[in-house]
Design a protein around this ligand. Structure first.
Ligand code: GLN
Length: 285
């Protein structure tokens, strides 16, 4: 089969399975399978321009078989990023697998917010998952130091891999929230699990069936982790230090109230690019 025939077959396969944005998904998987692998084992997806030059060429049966396998998996709604094991966040490359949440664009707003003030600061990223927040801050934020923590060993393996990939030096700690954290920080940033348990079933199949529950489930009202982190933040923030959260768009009021009740000041809610409440910050005075 030629490149063009294979790509069309892929588009039809995903469309038939009802995968949203079937065409672009078929292309990404095609580009991934038919791209190049360099001497370090790094994959380089095929560029669209190369495809146009080569679309009438016969492609290798072996790679075509791999592509078909990926299409089957994507048809079962396994997220694209878990198939390619990669994504981009803040313009940086991240490895991902099924043990971590796939970094979201919403979370870039949180990082942008922290980047305004991160220079020279000691930063803690709690519930780090893939490490996307802490590693971006370490790469782009001129921080004095960055510590990443998560309860999941599998997630920490991914974080370590991403720290190496982005050549940043960070400290990575296995910890159930603050349980094994020592020291104090200028900035604590967290995107904890925040979906109320009863809402989990309504999520899109990619998220509901394949992303880690541990990273999504915020218990009964979705606020469990915010309560815990806010309550203990006093012991881990320096005076004048700030706590930054990503929140669900309907949680702005509740989380800012929790911060105020705990005595944090200058509590603010900020919006994401879609105009929805997405970040809450507060400062310890
Ligand atoms: N901090 C990670 C992220 O933003 C993981 C978040 C989580 O597991 N809830 O992707």
């Amino acid at each position: 089969m030629t490149g063009r025939e294979i790509l069309h077959m892929g588009e039809r396969r995903l469309a038939k399975a009802g995968v949203p944005e079937a065409r672009i998904n078929a292309w990404y998987l095609f580009a991934f399978c038919f791209g190049k692998v360099d001497r370090e084992g790094q994959r380089h997806p095929m560029e669209r321009s190369e495809f146009f030059l080569r679309e009438e060429e016969e492609m290798s049966d072996k790679t075509c078989g791999e592509y078909r396998e990926m299409l089957e998996k994507r048809s079962r709604r396994i997220p694209l990023e878990y198939l390619t094991n990669e994504t981009e966040f803040m313009g940086l490359p991240f490895y991902v697998n099924e043990h971590v949440l796939i970094p979201r664009q919403d979370t870039e707003c949180l990082v942008e917010e922290v980047l305004r003030v991160s220079e020279g600061k000691e930063v803690l990223d709690l519930c780090c998952g893939s490490g996307c927040i802490g590693i971006s801050l370490a790469a782009l934020g001129r921080c004095k130091s960055v510590m990443l923590a998560d309860i999941s060993e599998e997630a920490l393996y991914v974080s370590r891999k991403n720290a190496r990939k982005n050549r940043v030096s960070v400290e990575i700690v296995q910890s159930d929230l603050f349980s094994r954290i020592r020291g104090t920080f200028d900035i604590i940033v967290s995107n904890p699990p925040y979906i109320p348990t009863k809402d989990l079933e309504q999520l899109m199949p990619e998220v509901r069936d394949f992303e880690p529950r541990l990273a999504l489930d915020g218990a009964e009202d979705g606020l469990l982790f915010y309560r815990h982190i806010i309550r203990e933040s006093h012991c881990f923030l320096k005076k004048g230090g700030s706590l930054y959260f990503e929140i669900g768009y309907h949680q702005g009021k509740a989380v800012s109230a929790l911060m105020e009740q705990a005595g944090l000041t200058e509590v603010r809610v900020k919006k994401d690019l879609a105009g929805l409440d997405r970040i809450v910050q507060g400062t310890l005075r």
